[in-house]
Design a protein around this ligand. Structure first.
Ligand SMILES: Nc1ncnc2c1ncn2[C@@H]1O[C@H](COP(=O)(O)OP(=O)(O)OP(=O)(O)O)[C@@H](O)[C@H]1O
Ligand SMILES: [Mg+2]
Length: 455
């Protein structure tokens, strides 16, 4: 049997329930566009989220918290995720679910603390002496092993780097050859080599090598300008949690460079409070010196009613520390008991925490909005549906829930395929809605037929 010849036929694309969301879809003046970036309706909540994004960008929101409340399936998670999409990959966004804090091994507050620190970024700017350019040659030079034997060892490596201004041939140490191999550098790549540490970084493929039909996910970069040997500002984004992990068993001094140099060596040891304080101290010092800049990100706690009183008290305190991210909470609960107590309070959140929150409400969708959301979902999943069928599905949605009808799309399309149809029609919708029950109707049937069930 030849395994190489067997090709996987599964589609590589996976479709998650929020995959259609690309951003908040706001105009430049902050008003919500009707349908954009995968979102539609819920204008007030989206505009409020837009203001939050602006505050985060201008760094005015650190240590503040936001609560999204609304009935199930009204887009709380969707809008929170689109805030992350708006902020882009450079701002840390750490999503978690309230129930994640319960573990038999780690303290609840420890998990919260870890996620807090995942949500705080640090941008470090350093000017370094580098050689940078497009690689035109890599030739390792070999000599016979000086320790005897028949093998050969690399004694040095010749690397030629080209920029728009000129070309330079470098003879480098064998340790740098190892770094080059680790980064999988080939001729035609743009790289830089740090002069002091010998670290090699592959920036991307030179765009002189870009072809029209490149199937690989390659990043093409222009050939660097200026000299090969120069001073370059290198920006690195890390989170406080990265620094904690990297220094969990400190080696060497606690100056900034050694803090950073630990990052590439993953180890799993306990992070102590003392270590965190020490890291904070070093980080604060470097922020004062202008070498590093704090990038407060977002900690998103979904289903926040799952937290208990201990966690809420901790949140209260953590929000007041000077290294705090923006915290976004979401819940669909009304008046209920706070976990770990027998007190009742709105959303299951203690009133003293509620007092510190800005609250955004999400409202149930109208028929028209459900039609639009279903349309967007069908398009993302690559499913065709007749207009009439879409309207009918949306009507079912007003009776049941948005989530339920979003879930009906896939079985309906499977049924349509089985019948050899290209588009979902009302027939399939009728058939599917008679086959599957939503939560409400199932509960109603339970009530009517209670005597047949064991309870
Ligand atoms: N305004 C919208 N535009 C486009 N899609 C939406 C919108 N609102 C919700 N959706 C989609 O509808 C589904 C349900 O929304 P979501 O999960 O955000 O609800 P939720 O308010 O977080 O509910 P729960 O309280 O149950 O957690 C998701 O697939 C989401 O992507
Ligand atoms: Mg949700």
């Amino acid at each position: 049997m030849k395994i190489e010849e067997v090709k996987s036929t599964t589609k590589t694309q996976r479709i998650a329930s929020h995959s259609h969301i690309k951003g908040l879809g706001l105009k430049d003046n902050g008003d919500a566009l009707e349908v954009s970036h995968g979102l539609c309706g819920q204008e007030k909540a989206r505009e409020a989220a837009g203001v939050v994004v602006d505050m985060i960008r201008s760094k005015k929101m650190a240590g503040k918290a936001l609560l999204m409340v609304g009935p199930p399936g009204t887009g709380k998670t969707a809008i929170s995720l689109s805030i992350a999409a708006e902020l882009g990959p450079k701002v840390p966004f750490c999503p978690m679910v309230g129930s994640e804090v319960y573990s038999s091994e780690v303290k609840k507050t420890e998990i919260l603390m870890e996620n807090f620190r995942r949500a705080i970024g640090l941008r470090i700017k350093e000017t370094k002496e580098v050689w940078e350019g497009e690689v035109t040659e890599i030739t390792p030079e070999e000599v016979e092993d000086p320790h005897g034997g028949y093998g050969k060892v690399v004694s040095s490596v010749i690397v030629s780097l080209k920029t728009t201004k000129g070309q330079k041939q470098l003879k480098l140490d064998p340790s740098i050859y190892e770094n080059i191999q680790k980064e999988k550098v080939a001729v035609g790549d743009v790289i830089y080599i740090e002069a002091t540490s010998g670290a090699v970084k592959r920036v991307g493929r030179s765009d002189a090598y870009a072809t029209e039909y490149d199937l690989e996910a390659e990043e093409y970069v222009p050939i660097p300008k200026g000299d090969v040997h120069k001073k370059k500002e290198i920006v690195q984004d890390v989170t406080l949690h990265d620094l904690d992990i990297a220094n969990a068993r400190p080696q060497g001094g606690h100056d900034f460079l050694s803090l950073m140099s630990q990052i590439n060596r993953p180890k799993k040891t306990e992070i102590t409070e003392k270590l965190r304080l020490e890291i904070n101290k070093v980080v604060n010092k470097y922020i004062d010196h202008g070498i590093a800049e704090l990038v407060p990100g977002v900690l998103f706690i979904d289903e926040v009613h799952m937290l208990d009183i201990e966690c809420f008290t901790y949140l209260n305190r953590a929000l007041e520390s000077n290294l705090a991210p923006i915290v976004i909470l979401a819940t669909n609960r009304g008046h209920c008991t706070i976990r770990g107590t027998d007190m009742k309070s709105p959303h299951g959140i203690p009133v003293d925490l509620l007092d510190r929150l800005l609250i955004i409400r999400t409202l149930p969708y109208s028929l028209n909005e459900i039609v639009q959301i279903l349309g967007i979902r069908c398009a993302t999943e690559g499913i065709e549906i007749e207009e009439e069928a879409l309207a009918q599905l949306a009507t079912i949605g007003t009776r049941t829930s948005l989530r339920f009808v979003v879930q009906l799309i896939t079985p309906a399309s499977v049924l349509a395929q089985t019948l050899g149809k290209l588009k979902i029609s009302t027939e399939e919708i009728n058939e599917i809605s008679s086959l599957f029950y939503d939560g409400k109707s199932s509960a109603k049937i339970l009530q009517e037929q209670a005597k047949f069930y064991i309870s």
